[in-house]
Design a protein around this ligand. Structure first.
Ligand SMILES: Cc1ncc(COP(=O)(O)O)c(C=O)c1O
Length: 385
């Protein structure tokens, strides 16, 4: 089981960071549920001293995720938010950050309610327009924080273009790659310095774990992130590390079906008379379809559609039978949600309006069921509207 240097993406997902257990030959990395490690003598150990600092299951996952994203090293955390929070520890008080205006609500909350207290400044812009990114940069800007595609209005940022802007201004580019997953988009190859994930979503893929990861491309960031992972201690547990490691083995095949189902639902909804708008980067009508086709390998399983009124949106959410009404995304089962009252309820109405998020929008995280079953479910829900 040696990964050849020319191995392709699906092979890397399955084998990177994976070696049979030296003690038993177990093909799957065990869950090392231990808090400490016995040392051979004073100052002599096997590379593991205390489990906040090092854990073999977490290490196997981190090697796997670094290879999948094409980074130098990866660090796994207890949640996606803990991963994002860790990235901001690369900054100093007085630094300025430019952020995608339609960023995940939890990220906005962390930046606005917590980190501003520590003297960090944030400017929110539509990063899908590079000219707005350029004009938001200041001498104190040290980080450009981008999400693409955005949730739930599916705007796409040109990663290579904004990497060039960030670097020209002496800032790092960090990309939250949760929505696309590395099967569809690998930001480091396009110039990003840091990639974050909520592993809760596509990387784990089975809606049974909460976690996060930071993947770093630069040596100096690797050293700091390793230090802060131990110093602050928001680590991913051995069991969650094992679950995500199991998830990444099937990432390629799951994403292929998410792509198929996302496209099938988008095409069905576009032709439905009660649907006024469908936001899916795979549709030629999406304003950034060409960019998405160039930057992504497949358009994913996330789509948003508008049914004209809040009452109609509520009816669709309440009447689906196979789809589950729930927050979160990226699992094998299809979820439906009403962003304005669920995931984005804490976003002020004027901000929601500015990013084009209406009260009549419904978001779907397409799972990997048979697409016709999903279409049939939406058809019966829309028939009742
Ligand atoms: C794009 C994105 N980033 C980060 C997060 C936060 O991840 P977690 O819930 O694992 O803390 C989420 C959660 O929904 C998300 O959608």
């Amino acid at each position: 089981m040696k990964l050849p240097p020319e191995a392709r993406f699906p092979t890397i997902c399955i084998h990177a960071g994976q070696v049979p257990d030296p003690a038993t030959g177990a093909i799957i990395t065990p869950i090392f549920q231990t808090s400490t490690y016995v040392q051979d003598a004073l100052g002599q150990h096997k590379g593991f001293e205390y489990a906040r600092t090092q854990n073999p299951t977490r290490l196997a996952l981190e090697h796997n995720l670094a290879a999948i994203e094409g980074g130098q090293a990866a660090f796994a955390f207890a949640s996606g938010m803990a991963a994002i929070d860790t990235v901001t520890t690369l900054l100093q008080s007085g630094d300025h950050v430019v952020v995608t205006d339609n960023t995940y609500g939890g990220t906005f909350r962390l930046f606005d309610k917590v980190l501003r207290k520590y003297g960090l400044e944030f400017t929110y812009v539509d990063t899908s327009r590079p000219e707005l990114v350029e004009s938001a940069m200041r001498p104190a800007t040290r980080l450009l924080f981008v999400e693409t595609p955005t949730n739930p209005v599916m705007r796409i940022t040109d990663i290579a273009a904004v990497a060039e802007i960030a670097h020209r201004h002496g800032a790092r580019l960090a990309v939250d790659n949760t929505f696309a997953s590395p099967a569809l988009q690998r930001p480091i190859g396009l110039g990003a310095d840091l990639v974050m994930h909520s592993t809760t979503k596509y990387l784990n893929g089975h809606s049974d774990s909460v976690g996060g990861v930071v993947v770093a491309a630069r040596d100096e960031d690797v050293a700091w992130l390793q230090f802060i992972q131990n110093a602050a201690g928001a680590i991913l547990s051995p069991f969650d590390s094992w679950l995500v490691l199991r998830g990444t083995k099937t990432l390629t095949v799951r994403m292929a079906q998410h792509n198929v189902n996302g496209m099938a639902l988008a095409e069905y909804l576009v032709s439905h008379p009660k649907v006024t708008q469908v936001l899916y980067p795979g549709l030629p009508s999406h304003p950034q379809h060409a960019l998405a086709a160039r930057q992504m390998r497949g358009f994913g399983g996330m789509l948003t559609f508008d049914v004209g009124t809040f009452e109609a949106a509520r009816a669709v959410c309440n009447r689906v039978r196979l789809m589950a009404l729930a927050e979160s995304l990226g699992g094998v089962e299809t979820l439906i949600s009403h962003p304005a009252s669920m995931t984005h309820a804490s976003v002020p109405p004027e901000r929601r309006q500015a990013i084009g998020l209406t009260d009549s929008m419904v978001r779907i995280s397409a799972g990997i069921e048979d697409p016709q079953d999903l279409i049939d479910d939406l058809a019966q829900a829309l028939a009742a509207v």
